[in-house]
Design a protein around this ligand. Structure first.
Ligand code: UD1
Length: 358
């Protein structure tokens, strides 16, 4: 029976790990969970472990709040030590964060097979740290579990058929998670009820990408758009700690109240009850679709093109007028959401069964 070592570190990985850990348990596969410590706050990390019943990590490396190089380097060093002790049959990494790259690199240098969940995504913007992380992780992975057909095509275009790797379109584990927890979220959400208003439609917004937060003119323009929309809509903006720090430092004022990061159940309830979504998050772009909401993506490109081409989601960049104009268009959305580009909600089971064969 293979010994599977999974590496998580940042919020979106906790969500993905929830689905895989449950499937590994179902098939009685041994999992050792390693948390790099990249995200560490109660509301960025701990609440997810608790709410989603993710197993307690055997190792927490406590590495966070460093520059990209320092963070990735320290993770590489510490993960290597864990791998030498645990000697897993395979290392599973998720998504595109610094924890993903560090985990994949540490394993591949020790000749331990790497499985990448959410392989093949591309934004084609090499300035994004996530794009660098995902391209390098894919290249050193042995098992490339792709969430969509687009992701499979990206790998084929880059010549992955010439490498000794396994490429599989498993569907998206985030879809599994959304389906599973949406059945219980209404009774377990803490804040969502309080955030609803009778008189104004709710708009769910998030903002944390480096390309927006570290570029003041983009950041100001997006905030101005949200401030203007707050006249008509009840804007709920769960603020990422980094975004909050920058808004405070630069004295950028919001005309509406904000909240800190919220847990997954609250997020689902907000998605169910919102009119539409405005975000630069990779995950939330899809979650909007899972809950049949349109989404304005405050970026110039996206990895999830299958939602943009048919007109579910719109790339609005950081252009205030563009955001306002599209918000006006999508507020009375009548799209047909029956398309299923993310599989059947059993991606984690498909991955677990593939890992079982190792
Ligand atoms: C990371 C990922 C990004 C992902 C995002 C989800 C990388 C390169 N980026 O970005 O792909 O979409 O997570 O949230 O890995 N902080 C806290 N408390 C926390 C976590 C972070 O205060 O619990 C602070 C840190 O101290 C740091 C800042 O937020 O100053 C940024 O955290 P970091 O993990 O470097 O990157 P994210 O922006 O969260």
């Amino acid at each position: 029976m293979p010994k599977i070592l999974t590496i998580v570190g940042a919020r979106p990985q906790f969500v993905k790990a929830a689905a895989l850990s449950r499937a590994l348990k179902k098939y009685k596969l041994k999992e050792v969970l390693v948390h790099t410590g990249q995200h560490f706050d109660e509301n960025m990390a701990e609440i997810f472990f608790r709410q989603m019943e993710i197993p307690e990590p055997k190792y927490n490396l406590g590495i966070n709040s460093l520059s990209h190089g320092a963070m990735t380097g320290r993770m590489l060093e510490e993960i290597e030590k864990v791998l030498l002790v645990e000697k897993p049959s395979v290392v599973v990494v998720f998504g595109d964060t610094n924890s993903t790259l560090a985990g994949a690199l540490a394993a591949s240098k020790l000749h331990i097979p790497v499985a990448h969940v959410e392989a093949g995504l591309r934004s084609f913007n090499m300035k994004m740290p996530e794009e660098i992380n995902r391209i390098l992780t894919d290249r050193i992975s042995n098992y490339l579990f792709c969430p969509t057909e687009t992701a499979v095509k990206n790998l084929r275009r880059e010549g992955f058929d010439n490498f000794k790797v396994t490429i599989e379109n498993t569907g998206d584990v985030m879809y599994d998670v959304a389906l599973y927890y949406s059945q219980v979220s209404s009774t377990r959400s803490v804040f969502a009820e309080k955030m609803k208003e009778k008189n104004r439609p709710l708009v769910l917004a998030t903002l944390h990408r480096q390309e927006n937060t570290d570029n003041l003119s983009r950041l100001k323009s997006i905030i101005e758009a949200l401030n203007e929309l707050a006249v008509e809509f009840n804007i709920v903006l769960p603020l990422h700690p980094r975004t909050k720090k920058i808004l405070d430092k630069e004295n950028i004022a919001l005309t509406f109240d904000t909240v800190g990061p919220v847990g997954y159940f609250d997020m689902i309830e907000l998605l169910k009850h919102c009119s539409f979504v405005i975000t630069d998050s990779g995950g939330l772009q899809k979650e909007a679709f899972f809950f049949e909401k349109q989404c304005l993506v405050t970026r110039d490109e996206t990895e999830w093109t299958e939602l943009v081409d048919p007109g579910f989601n719109f790339l609005v960049g950081a252009n205030k007028e563009h955001i306002l104009q599209k918000a006006n268009e999508v507020k009375n959305c009548k799209m047909d959401f029956r398309e299923k580009p993310y599989g059947k909600g059993n991606a984690a089971e498909i991955i677990a069964l593939s890992l079982k064969e190792l």
